[in-house]
Design a binder for this molecule. Structure first.
Ligand code: 13P
Length: 349
């Protein structure tokens, strides 16, 4: 007899399907306006909503995208194709997630370190989202690559674990995103050191609150050098060091691992995930990873679409074609000379 899976295991399985990834479309209105402006696109609610609608109505999106993360305002207010966005996404078999953190505030007056707001009414919001058919949540914290004080690390890790417990109490899968910031001139080794500390601290905090990481998804940065670093290591090196770092920090204790693009050029973010996924699947190497891996990008997936769209209706088709091509590229696994077939499930998209 078929054993029914609990809701969170089912969500995890749905998110990590072969040749699919997660689209982060959860920018706050002010960040989204800045993004649009950087492409010469007028700002404002109407353009933000249109941008999301173009992304979400891209034909065959569900072949390469398993889940989409929305901002709370988008979840509540936006429509796609004349219906509530969440209903539209469910109709095309895309799993809906919501970013529930309340943004950042200075940690004890520091200019360097910030903590994430939003724990106060989180339990009620989790219940609301569960009733609304949401299946996963996201909480983002940020950690700069510098000397990270232990008290800061413990504070953000404890908040992350509190969030994860609240999400799981409503049967929602917590995506935990302690973003190690790639902005800066730091070396790959410096990124690695901070990544290791952060993942170790988060796992410790989860354990302290009896929260099983096997019900959580880790959203992490690559162990790449800073965006303005003098030396840029080759793709293979970044992929290898990333997997070594995650494995040594115990990231396989999570149900799965997704990557953010962190401001990396789209080409780089895509090359890294192609190589990381392929290497992670190779058995018996220092890079083998026993849990599924995919991308959960915002900028690296949206870049080509925004360049093609330019805010003009006559460019919508070209924008969707560009977005599809980026997605097809992102779901491939680069195994040296051998590549996985195009398309989410191997079909032509
Ligand atoms: P980027 O891929 O643009 O870094 O965004 C991912 C994300 O979810 C940041 O919170």
């Amino acid at each position: 007899m078929k054993r029914s899976m609990d809701r969170t295991s089912e969500t995890i399985q749905t998110l990590f399907q072969p040749y699919k990834g997660i689209l982060a479309a959860d920018e706050r209105p002010s960040s989204m306006d800045k993004r649009l402006a950087s492409y010469g696109i007028p700002e404002g609610q109407a353009m933000r909503a249109r941008c999301r609608e173009i992304l979400f109505t891209t034909p065959n999106l569900e072949r390469t995208i398993s889940g989409i993360i929305l901002a709370e305002n988008t979840f509540k207010d936006h429509e796609t194709g004349g219906v509530r966005t969440k209903d539209f996404l469910h109709s095309i078999d895309v799993t809906v997630g919501v970013k529930v953190d309340g943004g950042l505030e200075s940690y004890r007056g520091s200019d360097t370190f910030s903590v994430t707001k939003g724990l106060d009414d989180l339990a009620d919001r989790c219940k609301y989202y569960a009733q609304e058919g949401v299946q996963f949540l996201k909480w983002r914290s940020v950690i700069p690559v510098t000397d990270v004080p232990d008290d800061f690390l413990q504070t953000i890790s404890k908040d992350i674990a509190t969030y994860a417990c609240a999400a799981l109490a409503s049967d929602l899968v917590p995506v935990i995103e302690p973003e190690v910031l790639l902005k800066g001139e730091h070396t790959m080794e410096e990124t690695r050191a901070v990544l290791t500390k952060v993942i170790t601290a988060v796992l410790g905090a989860l354990q302290d609150q009896s929260c099983d990481p096997k019900s959580c998804v880790l959203k992490t940065s690559f162990a790449s050098a800073g965006l303005s670093a003098k030396e840029k290591p080759p793709v293979d090196t970044v992929a290898e060091r990333t997997l070594e770092t995650l494995n040594s920090a115990g990231a396989e204790q999570f149900a799965g691992i997704v990557f953010l693009s962190g401001g990396l050029p789209s080409e780089d973010a895509i090359a890294y995930i192609q190589r990381v996924r392929a290497l992670g699947e190779q058995p018996d190497t220092p890079y083998s990873c026993s849990v599924p891996i995919t991308f959960s990008y915002a900028r690296a997936l949206q870049e080509s679409m925004l360049s093609a769209w330019q805010g003009r209706e006559e460019n919508v088709l070209a924008a969707q074609v560009a977005f599809t091509q980026t997605l097809q590229h992102a779901v491939k696994k680069y195994k040296g000379s051998e590549e996985a077939p195009l398309g989410g499930d191997g079909k032509n998209v």
